[in-house]
Design a protein around this ligand. Sequence first.
Ligand code: CIR
Length: 283
Amino acid sequence: MQGVAYSGIMALRSTTAIVRNIPNVFVEALRLDGSQAVVLEKAKQQFNNYIETLEQCGVKVVSLPSDERFPDCPFVEDVAVVIGARALVTRPGHPSRRGEMTVMREALKSLQKAPQIYEMEDPEAFVDGGDVLFTGREIFVGQSSRTNQKGVQCLAKTFPEFSVTPFPIRSSLHLKSLATMCGDDMIAVGGDQEAAETLKSMKSQAKFKYNYVQLDSNSAANVLLVNDNVFVKPGEEIGHHNYDILKKHVKGRIIDVPFSEFYKVDGCLTCCSVLINQEAVSG
Ligand code: CIR
């Protein structure tokens, strides 16, 4: 069910989400800026609310157990890229995260309708799923400190029906730290210099035409599209003016999902779930 029929907003629909519970070592998760301490109990509350919100959107949530060896294990988006009936189990760019894929692989295999699993054969290829922005029509990839050129090649090989375009990401963690889908052919983009440069490159290199919603904060641009709903961080976290811009332009139902504790360790709304469309998998 891929190719022409599997394209556009239909290709972004989700029936199922895989998430992973928060370990106590989450407070030691990797971060670009270590200035703010994570409040574990608050992170757990925010995570429970995130799961409940996914369920309220009609998505079946599969929760994987936390693992105290992996402080970053709730950031499941980085360890699997699922598009339609195919799933690429990644090799994350940071060595401390490379054991997180094992349970993800098993979870994907155990789904009622398991996608076809692909592995990254080249030991020098690295991909964090946070760098992979599937628009429903093509794939944009951040070439960042976590995702390299061989990783981009691996994505192109795994999903040959979609064009794959890399964009350099130097100061942000991932591509999706500054741009995400916020609707049908609609992309939310952040406000720093890197976001502005990425937006310019996207406009010139995209194979399809999109509407772009420009915000003045990268954090505000990380929203999560779940069918007809768009999870956004509340105005207190992203600035009320950004919240109002999203409200004005986004066509789906906006749902406030507080995520402050995750943002302290560079986590975004997209990063805590792998969204899957079981209807795209035959059998
Ligand atoms: C890391 O540095 O790997 C984690 N602390 C944050 C990962 C966030 N992942 C994502 O947004 N896809």
